[in-house]
Design a protein around this ligand. Structure first.
Ligand SMILES: [Zn+2]
Length: 339
Protein backbone atom coordinates (compact mmCIF):
# COMPACT_ATOMS: atom_id res chain seq x y z
CA UNK A 1 0.00 0.00 0.00
CA UNK A 2 1.27 3.45 -0.88
CA UNK A 3 2.09 5.78 2.00
CA UNK A 4 -0.52 8.20 0.66
CA UNK A 5 -3.39 5.92 1.70
CA UNK A 6 -1.70 4.60 4.83
CA UNK A 7 -1.93 7.76 6.90
CA UNK A 8 -5.46 8.26 8.21
CA UNK A 9 -7.11 7.21 4.96
CA UNK A 10 -10.59 8.37 4.08
CA UNK A 11 -12.76 7.02 1.32
CA UNK A 12 -11.61 9.64 -1.19
CA UNK A 13 -7.97 8.82 -0.47
CA UNK A 14 -8.45 5.27 -1.75
CA UNK A 15 -10.10 6.65 -4.86
CA UNK A 16 -7.23 9.10 -5.29
CA UNK A 17 -4.56 6.48 -4.87
CA UNK A 18 -6.20 4.50 -7.71
CA UNK A 19 -6.29 7.51 -10.02
CA UNK A 20 -3.17 9.42 -9.07
CA UNK A 21 -0.51 6.81 -8.37
CA UNK A 22 1.05 3.95 -10.17
CA UNK A 23 2.40 3.40 -13.63
CA UNK A 24 0.06 3.45 -16.57
CA UNK A 25 0.30 1.46 -19.78
CA UNK A 26 -2.93 2.91 -21.15
CA UNK A 27 -5.40 5.59 -20.11
CA UNK A 28 -8.36 3.18 -19.78
CA UNK A 29 -8.25 3.49 -15.99
CA UNK A 30 -9.01 7.20 -16.29
CA UNK A 31 -11.85 6.56 -18.73
CA UNK A 32 -13.29 4.01 -16.31
CA UNK A 33 -12.88 6.38 -13.36
CA UNK A 34 -14.63 9.23 -15.18
CA UNK A 35 -17.43 6.84 -16.23
CA UNK A 36 -17.94 5.49 -12.71
CA UNK A 37 -18.39 9.00 -11.33
CA UNK A 38 -20.83 9.80 -14.10
CA UNK A 39 -22.91 6.63 -13.66
CA UNK A 40 -22.95 7.07 -9.92
CA UNK A 41 -24.36 10.58 -10.42
CA UNK A 42 -27.20 8.99 -12.37
CA UNK A 43 -27.98 6.87 -9.32
CA UNK A 44 -27.16 3.58 -11.07
CA UNK A 45 -26.29 0.44 -9.14
CA UNK A 46 -26.01 -2.40 -11.59
CA UNK A 47 -24.30 -1.35 -14.81
CA UNK A 48 -24.28 -3.55 -17.91
CA UNK A 49 -21.19 -3.47 -20.10
CA UNK A 50 -23.25 -1.57 -22.70
CA UNK A 51 -24.22 1.05 -20.09
CA UNK A 52 -20.58 1.38 -19.18
CA UNK A 53 -19.40 1.38 -22.80
CA UNK A 54 -21.28 4.55 -23.59
CA UNK A 55 -19.47 7.05 -21.28
CA UNK A 56 -16.23 5.01 -21.43
CA UNK A 57 -15.92 5.26 -25.22
CA UNK A 58 -17.13 8.86 -25.28
CA UNK A 59 -14.39 9.93 -22.87
CA UNK A 60 -11.76 8.07 -24.89
CA UNK A 61 -12.94 9.55 -28.19
CA UNK A 62 -12.76 13.05 -26.71
CA UNK A 63 -9.24 12.44 -25.43
CA UNK A 64 -8.06 10.96 -28.73
CA UNK A 65 -8.85 14.35 -30.23
CA UNK A 66 -6.48 15.94 -27.71
CA UNK A 67 -3.71 13.34 -27.90
CA UNK A 68 -3.59 10.47 -30.33
CA UNK A 69 -1.54 8.26 -28.01
CA UNK A 70 -3.64 6.70 -25.26
CA UNK A 71 -1.38 3.77 -24.49
CA UNK A 72 2.17 2.54 -24.63
CA UNK A 73 1.52 -0.36 -27.01
CA UNK A 74 1.70 0.64 -30.67
CA UNK A 75 -1.59 -0.94 -31.79
CA UNK A 76 -5.01 -1.31 -30.25
CA UNK A 77 -7.99 -2.45 -32.32
CA UNK A 78 -10.33 -0.90 -29.79
CA UNK A 79 -8.64 2.52 -29.98
CA UNK A 80 -8.65 2.26 -33.78
CA UNK A 81 -12.43 1.87 -33.59
CA UNK A 82 -12.63 5.03 -31.44
CA UNK A 83 -10.50 6.87 -34.01
CA UNK A 84 -12.76 5.63 -36.80
CA UNK A 85 -15.75 6.92 -34.83
CA UNK A 86 -14.07 10.34 -34.59
CA UNK A 87 -13.67 10.30 -38.38
CA UNK A 88 -17.37 9.57 -38.76
CA UNK A 89 -16.78 6.04 -40.08
CA UNK A 90 -18.28 4.15 -37.12
CA UNK A 91 -21.68 5.01 -35.63
CA UNK A 92 -22.18 5.58 -31.90
CA UNK A 93 -24.22 2.37 -31.61
CA UNK A 94 -21.50 0.33 -33.29
CA UNK A 95 -18.88 1.96 -31.08
CA UNK A 96 -20.82 1.03 -27.93
CA UNK A 97 -21.24 -2.59 -29.10
CA UNK A 98 -17.55 -2.93 -29.94
CA UNK A 99 -16.51 -1.22 -26.70
CA UNK A 100 -18.65 -3.63 -24.64
CA UNK A 101 -16.92 -6.51 -26.43
CA UNK A 102 -13.30 -5.31 -26.55
CA UNK A 103 -12.88 -2.17 -24.47
CA UNK A 104 -12.72 -3.61 -20.97
CA UNK A 105 -10.02 -6.23 -21.35
CA UNK A 106 -7.86 -5.88 -18.19
CA UNK A 107 -9.19 -2.52 -17.03
CA UNK A 108 -12.11 -3.85 -14.94
CA UNK A 109 -9.75 -6.32 -13.25
CA UNK A 110 -6.94 -3.83 -12.81
CA UNK A 111 -8.74 -0.68 -11.68
CA UNK A 112 -8.35 -1.19 -7.92
CA UNK A 113 -4.75 -2.35 -8.11
CA UNK A 114 -2.15 0.14 -6.91
CA UNK A 115 1.42 -1.12 -6.74
CA UNK A 116 1.60 -4.70 -5.51
CA UNK A 117 -2.11 -5.22 -4.80
CA UNK A 118 -5.65 -3.86 -4.67
CA UNK A 119 -6.72 -1.03 -2.34
CA UNK A 120 -8.84 -2.34 0.57
CA UNK A 121 -11.95 -0.53 -0.65
CA UNK A 122 -13.87 -1.42 -3.82
CA UNK A 123 -15.95 0.99 -5.84
CA UNK A 124 -17.59 -1.77 -7.89
CA UNK A 125 -17.86 -5.54 -7.93
CA UNK A 126 -17.18 -7.46 -11.12
CA UNK A 127 -20.30 -9.46 -12.05
CA UNK A 128 -19.49 -9.91 -15.71
CA UNK A 129 -19.48 -13.70 -15.52
CA UNK A 130 -22.85 -14.06 -13.81
CA UNK A 131 -24.78 -10.98 -14.88
CA UNK A 132 -22.86 -9.31 -17.69
CA UNK A 133 -21.87 -6.14 -15.89
CA UNK A 134 -20.51 -4.51 -12.76
CA UNK A 135 -22.28 -3.52 -9.56
CA UNK A 136 -21.44 -0.10 -8.12
CA UNK A 137 -20.84 -0.41 -4.39
CA UNK A 138 -22.01 1.58 -1.41
CA UNK A 139 -18.51 3.05 -1.25
CA UNK A 140 -19.09 4.89 -4.48
CA UNK A 141 -22.40 6.17 -3.20
CA UNK A 142 -20.83 7.30 0.07
CA UNK A 143 -18.07 9.00 -1.88
CA UNK A 144 -20.71 11.20 -3.52
CA UNK A 145 -21.67 12.59 -0.15
CA UNK A 146 -18.15 13.74 0.65
CA UNK A 147 -17.08 17.38 0.30
CA UNK A 148 -14.15 16.24 -1.83
CA UNK A 149 -16.41 14.54 -4.38
CA UNK A 150 -16.74 17.74 -6.45
CA UNK A 151 -12.97 17.73 -7.03
CA UNK A 152 -12.64 14.13 -8.18
CA UNK A 153 -13.80 14.42 -11.83
CA UNK A 154 -11.38 17.33 -12.33
CA UNK A 155 -8.53 15.36 -10.79
CA UNK A 156 -9.17 12.39 -13.09
CA UNK A 157 -9.14 14.75 -16.06
CA UNK A 158 -5.94 16.52 -14.95
CA UNK A 159 -4.05 13.26 -14.38
CA UNK A 160 -5.26 11.94 -17.73
CA UNK A 161 -4.09 15.10 -19.53
CA UNK A 162 -0.64 14.84 -17.94
CA UNK A 163 -0.15 11.22 -18.94
CA UNK A 164 -1.45 11.50 -22.51
CA UNK A 165 0.45 14.73 -23.20
CA UNK A 166 3.67 13.13 -22.01
CA UNK A 167 3.13 10.14 -24.32
CA UNK A 168 1.99 12.28 -27.20
CA UNK A 169 5.11 14.45 -27.12
CA UNK A 170 7.15 11.28 -27.31
CA UNK A 171 10.24 12.91 -25.83
CA UNK A 172 13.01 11.32 -23.78
CA UNK A 173 11.74 11.22 -20.20
CA UNK A 174 14.57 13.26 -18.77
CA UNK A 175 13.94 16.04 -21.31
CA UNK A 176 10.32 16.52 -20.37
CA UNK A 177 9.77 19.31 -17.86
CA UNK A 178 6.34 20.53 -16.82
CA UNK A 179 6.23 24.25 -16.06
CA UNK A 180 3.58 26.51 -14.61
CA UNK A 181 2.33 29.51 -16.60
CA UNK A 182 2.98 33.06 -15.39
CA UNK A 183 -0.40 33.37 -13.70
CA UNK A 184 0.06 30.01 -11.89
CA UNK A 185 -3.14 28.72 -13.42
CA UNK A 186 -2.09 25.98 -15.79
CA UNK A 187 0.67 23.45 -16.28
CA UNK A 188 2.46 23.79 -19.59
CA UNK A 189 5.33 22.16 -21.40
CA UNK A 190 7.77 23.95 -23.70
CA UNK A 191 9.41 21.95 -26.47
CA UNK A 192 11.60 22.82 -29.43
CA UNK A 193 9.40 20.87 -31.77
CA UNK A 194 5.91 21.77 -30.59
CA UNK A 195 6.43 25.14 -28.86
CA UNK A 196 4.26 25.69 -25.79
CA UNK A 197 1.57 23.12 -25.05
CA UNK A 198 -1.03 23.78 -22.34
CA UNK A 199 -1.70 20.63 -20.34
CA UNK A 200 -4.18 21.12 -17.53
CA UNK A 201 -5.18 23.31 -14.58
CA UNK A 202 -2.51 23.68 -11.90
CA UNK A 203 -5.03 23.36 -9.05
CA UNK A 204 -6.70 20.32 -10.54
CA UNK A 205 -3.33 18.63 -11.01
CA UNK A 206 -2.07 19.33 -7.47
CA UNK A 207 -5.21 19.08 -5.33
CA UNK A 208 -5.42 15.30 -5.04
CA UNK A 209 -1.83 14.95 -3.81
CA UNK A 210 -2.72 17.20 -0.87
CA UNK A 211 -5.87 15.15 -0.26
CA UNK A 212 -7.96 18.22 -1.08
CA UNK A 213 -6.80 20.12 1.99
CA UNK A 214 -5.00 23.42 2.52
CA UNK A 215 -1.28 22.69 2.57
CA UNK A 216 -0.82 24.74 5.74
CA UNK A 217 -3.88 24.41 7.99
CA UNK A 218 -5.50 21.22 6.55
CA UNK A 219 -8.88 22.86 5.99
CA UNK A 220 -10.79 21.33 3.07
CA UNK A 221 -10.40 23.18 -0.24
CA UNK A 222 -11.86 22.89 -3.71
CA UNK A 223 -10.45 23.56 -7.17
CA UNK A 224 -13.65 25.40 -8.07
CA UNK A 225 -12.86 29.10 -7.77
CA UNK A 226 -16.55 29.92 -7.28
CA UNK A 227 -16.81 27.20 -4.64
CA UNK A 228 -17.11 27.38 -0.89
CA UNK A 229 -13.40 27.07 -0.11
CA UNK A 230 -11.43 27.90 -3.24
CA UNK A 231 -7.81 26.77 -3.44
CA UNK A 232 -5.13 29.35 -4.13
CA UNK A 233 -1.79 28.50 -5.70
CA UNK A 234 0.83 29.61 -3.19
CA UNK A 235 4.62 29.84 -3.37
CA UNK A 236 5.89 27.89 -0.35
CA UNK A 237 9.06 29.99 -0.33
CA UNK A 238 7.79 33.49 -1.18
CA UNK A 239 8.35 34.69 -4.73
CA UNK A 240 9.70 37.99 -3.38
CA UNK A 241 12.94 36.00 -2.93
CA UNK A 242 13.38 36.14 -6.69
CA UNK A 243 14.63 39.71 -6.37
CA UNK A 244 17.03 38.68 -3.61
CA UNK A 245 19.37 36.40 -5.48
CA UNK A 246 17.05 33.38 -5.64
CA UNK A 247 16.54 33.60 -9.40
CA UNK A 248 18.55 30.48 -10.07
CA UNK A 249 16.37 28.25 -7.93
CA UNK A 250 13.18 28.38 -9.96
CA UNK A 251 10.73 29.41 -7.27
CA UNK A 252 7.93 29.05 -9.84
CA UNK A 253 8.71 25.34 -10.18
CA UNK A 254 6.08 22.80 -9.12
CA UNK A 255 8.33 21.76 -6.22
CA UNK A 256 7.65 25.16 -4.58
CA UNK A 257 3.94 25.50 -5.42
CA UNK A 258 1.26 24.33 -3.01
CA UNK A 259 -2.48 24.89 -2.69
CA UNK A 260 -3.68 26.96 0.25
CA UNK A 261 -6.98 28.23 1.60
CA UNK A 262 -7.74 31.95 1.23
CA UNK A 263 -6.93 32.60 4.88
CA UNK A 264 -3.48 31.02 4.94
CA UNK A 265 -2.65 32.53 1.58
CA UNK A 266 -3.31 36.01 3.04
CA UNK A 267 -1.83 35.50 6.49
CA UNK A 268 1.41 33.90 5.37
CA UNK A 269 2.27 36.80 3.10
CA UNK A 270 6.02 37.03 2.36
CA UNK A 271 7.16 34.89 5.29
CA UNK A 272 9.01 31.60 5.31
CA UNK A 273 6.98 28.60 6.51
CA UNK A 274 8.32 27.04 9.72
CA UNK A 275 10.42 23.88 9.65
CA UNK A 276 7.65 21.28 10.22
CA UNK A 277 6.00 22.63 7.07
CA UNK A 278 9.20 22.01 5.13
CA UNK A 279 8.96 18.33 6.04
CA UNK A 280 5.40 18.45 4.77
CA UNK A 281 6.55 19.94 1.47
CA UNK A 282 9.04 17.12 1.12
CA UNK A 283 6.25 14.57 1.66
CA UNK A 284 4.00 16.27 -0.90
CA UNK A 285 6.82 16.35 -3.42
CA UNK A 286 7.52 12.65 -2.87
CA UNK A 287 3.83 12.00 -3.62
CA UNK A 288 4.33 13.79 -6.93
CA UNK A 289 7.44 11.68 -7.55
CA UNK A 290 5.48 8.47 -7.08
CA UNK A 291 2.82 9.62 -9.53
CA UNK A 292 5.37 8.70 -12.23
CA UNK A 293 5.28 10.12 -15.71
CA UNK A 294 5.65 13.11 -16.19
CA UNK A 295 5.72 14.99 -12.84
CA UNK A 296 8.34 12.60 -11.50
CA UNK A 297 10.90 13.74 -14.07
CA UNK A 298 10.00 17.38 -13.49
CA UNK A 299 10.47 17.18 -9.73
CA UNK A 300 13.73 15.28 -10.13
CA UNK A 301 15.20 17.83 -12.50
CA UNK A 302 14.17 20.64 -10.15
CA UNK A 303 15.29 19.24 -6.81
CA UNK A 304 17.43 16.11 -7.27
CA UNK A 305 17.32 12.53 -8.51
CA UNK A 306 17.42 10.77 -5.13
CA UNK A 307 15.27 11.36 -2.06
CA UNK A 308 18.41 12.25 -0.12
CA UNK A 309 19.34 14.95 -2.65
CA UNK A 310 15.82 16.32 -2.75
CA UNK A 311 15.65 16.60 1.03
CA UNK A 312 19.04 18.31 1.14
CA UNK A 313 17.98 20.73 -1.59
CA UNK A 314 14.85 21.75 0.31
CA UNK A 315 16.76 22.15 3.58
CA UNK A 316 19.45 24.32 2.03
CA UNK A 317 16.98 26.49 0.13
CA UNK A 318 14.80 26.89 3.22
CA UNK A 319 17.83 27.87 5.34
CA UNK A 320 18.93 30.45 2.77
CA UNK A 321 15.41 31.88 2.57
CA UNK A 322 15.21 32.19 6.37
CA UNK A 323 18.53 34.08 6.44
CA UNK A 324 17.10 36.64 4.02
CA UNK A 325 13.52 37.01 5.18
CA UNK A 326 14.05 36.18 8.89
CA UNK A 327 10.37 35.82 9.81
CA UNK A 328 8.88 32.36 9.92
CA UNK A 329 5.22 31.53 9.90
CA UNK A 330 2.97 28.68 10.94
CA UNK A 331 -0.86 28.65 11.00
CA UNK A 332 -3.07 27.44 13.79
CA UNK A 333 -4.34 24.10 12.51
CA UNK A 334 -7.93 24.11 11.40
CA UNK A 335 -8.06 20.33 11.27
CA UNK A 336 -5.76 17.44 12.08
CA UNK A 337 -3.48 16.87 9.07
CA UNK A 338 -4.45 13.80 7.07
CA UNK A 339 -1.02 13.27 5.51
ZN1 LIG B 1 -5.25 27.14 5.31
Amino acid sequence: MHRFAETRPRLEDYWRSVILFGRNVATFKFALGASLLELSDLGMEFVTLEDLASPFSRHLCEHLKLADRQGTSPRSRFLDTCRAHNRGEVSTDELVTITARMGFVNVIDAFHVVGPGPVPVRFYVDERKTKGGIRLTENLERLRERFQYQNLPHEVEARWRLVETAWDLNMPRHALAVDVDEANRILVVHTHEHGRRDITGCREALNGYQKGTCFYCSAPITTDQQGLRPAHVDHFLPHTLKTQGFGRRNLDGIWNLVLACVDCNLKKSARVPALPLLERLHTRNEFLISSHHPLRETLMSQTGTTEFERRAYLQQTHADATMLLIHQWQPTLEEEPTW
